[in-house]
Design a protein around this ligand. Structure first.
Ligand code: HEM
Length: 411
């Protein structure tokens, strides 16, 4: 049986579509998702034990309804499939931005959002351009190189580490730990789950020490702001400070890394689109939106229902877990014509849900967009003729649609 036949079979018996499996996403299952959408808007994933929202409108409605759909329990596919993992991760839901419900979430969010205003983000453009130029300058013409190693990993970690105020000598180790902790989202393997727990502990130990240093000697960086921060006149608990550091490190690196490498694969696979952008760089901002829509760097997030509801004709009971499948919603043919095509001229590309929506919508979206624009501007200016030069190896994850190795060559 070929891969195509297997997919056919999966769709003929939709209850067996393994949405909880990292392997499923490695296969870039856009055809299967399209055929699922033809059958229903909301899909009960039997093997994962959760509801899956396939349509843009439903993902938007549920994401915005934080009163009835909680982020305090399972928020990722692997946790929706294994709810016991939330507690095993040792997380205190009340202190973690991504895992907090209103009204506590709003207070935490207000505390950090003042450093992510459009003005403070655009002030970083010069620094980000320097970082991107430095990395691109290391790529030699006519020699093969790995995009992940040379560009997709180094740029996002440099940006986040600069914001946090982490010394340069620690960037590489932190990047390694962030990747190891994200590997937990391969829901199938208990080994990676345990290794991820160790990485998370090491990251927290690292930041505990950094926070201690900032309390003694404040600097102009985010770690200092966390160390000295107050919400409603109360100092932040050490746990809140640590989880802010962890949140920004992990949320800001793996995601942007996945977008950069997928952007390069997508542009290499669509020459005519890449040539259009090289000829007219004013298309880059829309190309960034189209890449985010086309790629869905975060495959999905999840919520737990707190009340009865009906979504897409299905009755949802309190306690049930709901997966917001951005990878499907971003290809919803009710929103975009020819949604599976990649088109840098696409109208309303920015209506995508790559950054989520509602109260938990990505706080770093402006920063990520800036990084992606600057990297593409610099790349297409200095290395317009990048070609694929070998097998693309995809990350095994139920959270990040990432790439672990991407051989390319510049002609
Ligand atoms: C292309 C890159 C990125 C993508 C695709 C992405 C995607 C997302 C998504 C989908 C959410 C929503 C989670 C939910 O609704 O449960 C989110 C939240 C978040 N993101 Fe990003 N993100 C990116 C880059 C960044 C960067 C650069 C930062 C910071 C430096 C960041 C920090 C955060 C934080 C702190 C949250 C939690 C917000 C909250 O719960 O209120 N992200 N991101």
């Amino acid at each position: 049986m070929g891969a195509g036949d297997e997919r056919e079979a999966m769709v003929d018996t939709p209850l067996s579509v393994p949405l909880e499996s990292a392997e499923f996403y490695v296969g870039q299952p856009y055809d299967v998702l399209r055929r699922l959408r033809e059958q229903a808007d909301v899909y009960w994933c039997e093997s994962g034990g959760f509801w899956t929202l396939l349509r843009h409108a439903d993902v938007v409605r549920i994401s915005k309804d934080a009163q009835r759909y909680s982020s305090a329990g399972a928020i990722m596919i692997d946790e929706a499939a294994h709810p016991e993992r939330v507690e095993a991760r040792g997380l205190d839901a009340g202190e973690y931005l991504l895992r907090t419900d209103p009204p506590r979430h709003l207070r935490l969010r207000r505390f950090v959002s003042k450093w992510f205003t459009p003005r403070s983000i655009s002030a970083l453009e010069g620094q980000i351009r320097d970082i991107a130029r430095r990395q691109i300058a290391e790529i030699e013409p006519n020699k093969d190189f790995d995009v992940v190693e040379m560009l997709a990993q180094p740029v996002p970690i440099a940006v986040v580490a600069t914001l946090l105020g982490v010394p340069r000598s620690d960037w590489q180790e932190l990047k390694r730990l962030a990747a190891a902790q994200s590997a937990a989202h391969d829901a199938g393997s208990e080994d990676t789950f345990r290794a991820a727990a160790v990485a998370r502990r090491d990251i927290l130990d690292y930041f505990r020490e950094q926070l201690r240093e900032r309390r003694e000697a404040p600097r102009d960086d985010l770690i200092t702001k966390f160390a000295w921060g107050e919400i409603e006149g109360q100092p932040l608990s050490l746990e809140t400070q640590l989880l802010f550091c962890l949140d920004f490190l992990v949320a800001g690196t793996e995601t942007t890394d996945a977008t950069i490498s997928n952007a390069l694969v997508t542009l290499a696979e669509h020459h005519e689109q890449r040539d259009a952008v090289v000829a007219d760089p004013s298309l880059i901002p829309n190309a960034v939106e189209e890449i985010l829509r086309y790629v869905s760097p975060v495959i999905a997030m999840a919520r737990t229902a707190l009340a009865q509801d009906v979504i897409g004709g299905e009755r949802i009971a309190p306690g049930e877990r709901i997966v917001l499948l951005y990878m499907s919603a971003n290809r919803d043919e009710h929103v975009w014509d020819d949604a599976d095509a990649f088109d840098v001229h696409r109208e309303r590309a920015s209506a995508h849900l790559a950054f989520g929506t509602g109260p938990h919508a990505c706080i770093g979206a402006g920063l990520a967009r800036l990084e992606l624009r600057v990297v593409l501007e610099e790349l297409l200016l200095h290395l317009p003729n990048l070609r694929l030069n070998g097998e693309v190896t995809r990350l095994r994850s139920t959270l990040i649609n990432g790439i672990s190795s991407l051989p390319m060559i510049s002609r």
